[in-house]
Design a protein around this ligand. Structure first.
Ligand SMILES: Cc1cc2nc3c(=O)[nH]c(=O)nc-3n(C[C@H](O)[C@H](O)[C@H](O)COP(=O)(O)OP(=O)(O)OC[C@H]3O[C@@H](n4cnc5c(N)ncnc54)[C@H](O)[C@@H]3O)c2cc1C
Length: 413
């Protein structure tokens, strides 16, 4: 295989992982980003590394929930009225992807990619000397009522049927595993094979640091368009002048749809806005992340404090953060961990890059042979970063891919 000059546009966790795997293959790689690596969406996630995350966001019965999304700004999923017309085409596809047969196929497609989360990161973190950032501690999901536990039955079945270890636990075991939790949980599920990163920004930064130390290049520029020749893009347009490209990988998170459209390919991508509240000195130390079954957020014991992250809001890229959602997360945290010290709390909102079928877009551009797509990882971009990098490197090298890339093809929409 001959070494190429490859430009990766976007230095979130996906772009940095892609650049790292390409560099391992001997390519000369340039990362381009308008901001510092890892500081957009990849900075604020819940940090969960979950090879068993095979459950799409759109599940059967989703249509019945829409009225609540529209009327309750603090619901686990909410939809802003004024944004509805813009989101409608994407929502229509999302509804169609929520049928039972599609959900089964989506879960089948997520498992091989995310199943290698720990393996794929291990290769990169060993090289970068930061294996300590990865914890394979397991995580726990907890429910306040039998009814909400039963309502999630399909989600647990989808995981079990794909070989994910799922252990049901009772209230006493929950208390034993995490004595700081409020005594309000009657049902739990333990997933011993999952884990989390000590801090998602540090992971991106450490991988980026190793990439640079190994001869990588980084251009801090905003890309506003492309010069396109007969064979595909020849340069990135930036305010500082054109940046020539030979082979391009588009990994620009939620902005990838706009950039892909400039390259002649339309991909439905919507921001599912999520929030976190972070407590630097929580005064409690849970052993594992805990997911609230009712409210669908994760509380993760990070190296620099306790982070409560999650929820979905469909309101576009431009609307300011919704205070009611932040207040709700704070309230949920207090309900879950009544003793948590909230002094110094930080809040954040970010944009998950979401396709309607919860599958990422990984593969060659249908228009140009020199252009590759690696975006749209939605709720599992941290888990999917390193496995995506490995797959892109295999595809660019023309090696037999270790998994079937067909479900992620950009032409599927
Ligand atoms: C609240 C919340 C919790 C989450 N929890 C988890 C979790 O526990 N586990 C998990 O796996 N995932 C989680 N996610 C999802 C995960 O964070 C994302 O899927 C992931 O960060 C996406 O990474 P990315 O590299 O594709 O995009 P980004 O991190 O958004 O990076 C894209 C980069 O492209 C750059 N860029 C875009 N356009 C241009 C341009 N024109 N010119 C130059 N640069 C450009 C941006 O500056 C940015 O740095 C969560 C997300 C949220 C919001």
């Amino acid at each position: 295989m001959s070494a190429r000059d490859i430009t990766v546009l976007g230095a979130g966790i996906v772009g940095v992982a892609v650049a790292s795997w390409l560099q391992r293959d001997g390519h000369r790689v340039t990362l381009v980003d308008r901001g510092p690596p890892g500081e957009f969406t990849s900075i604020g996630n819940a940090g969960i590394l979950s090879p068993g995350s095979v459950v799409p966001v759109g599940m059967p019965g989703v249509l019945k929930k829409v009225p609540r999304w529209l009327t309750d700004p603090a619901a686990p999923l909410s939809l802003k009225w004024s944004y509805l017309p813009q989101a409608a085409p994407w929502l229509w596809r999302f509804m169609r992807a929520s049928r039972r047969d599609r959900v089964e196929r989506i879960a089948d497609a997520l498992r091989p990619l995310l199943g290698q989360t720990f393996d794929a990161y291990r290769v990169l973190t060993q090289a970068a000397g930061c294996t300590d950032l990865i914890n394979q501690s397991g995580y726990m999901a907890v429910y306040e009522t039998e009814a909400s536990f039963r309502a999630d039955a399909l989600a647990w079945t989808l995981r079990r049927e794909r070989g994910v270890r799922v252990e049901e636990i009772d209230a006493a075991r929950i208390r034993e595993l995490d004595p700081d939790l409020a005594p309000i949980y009657v049902r739990g599920v333990l997933l011993p094979e999952q884990g989390y990163v000590a801090n998602p920004l540090w992971l991106t930064q450490r991988l980026f640091g190793h990439f640079m130390a190994s001869g990588g290049r980084y251009e801090r520029r905003e890309v506003t368009g492309f010069d396109i020749g007969a064979g595909g893009p020849t340069a990135l347009r930036t305010a500082q002048g054109p940046l020539p490209v030979d082979t391009l990988v588009l990994a620009a998170g939620v902005f990838s749809a706009k950039l892909a459209a400039m390259l002649g390919t339309r991909v439905p991508l919507e921001s599912q806005r999520g929030y976190h509240v972070h407590f630097p000195e929580p005064g409690i130390s849970p052993r594992t992340p805990v997911m609230s079954g009712e409210y669908k957020f994760f509380t993760t014991p990070m190296a620099d404090g306790l982070r409560n992250a999650g929820t979905v809001e469909i309101a576009g890229l431009d609307a300011p953060p919704t205070q009611a959602r932040i207040d709700a997360l704070v309230g949920h945290t207090r309900r879950m961990y009544p003793r948590v010290n909230m002094a110094g709390m930080r809040t954040w909102m970010g944009h998950r890059p979401c396709t309607p079928d919860s599958l990422p877009v990984i593969g060659r551009s249908p228009r140009f042979a020199n252009t590759w797509f690696a975006f749209g990882h939605g709720h599992t971009g941290l888990c999917g970063g390193a496995p995506t990098g490995r797959l892109i490197a295999e595809l660019i090298a023309g090696r037999a891919p270790n998994i079937d890339p067909a479900p992620y093809r950009p032409t599927r929409f």
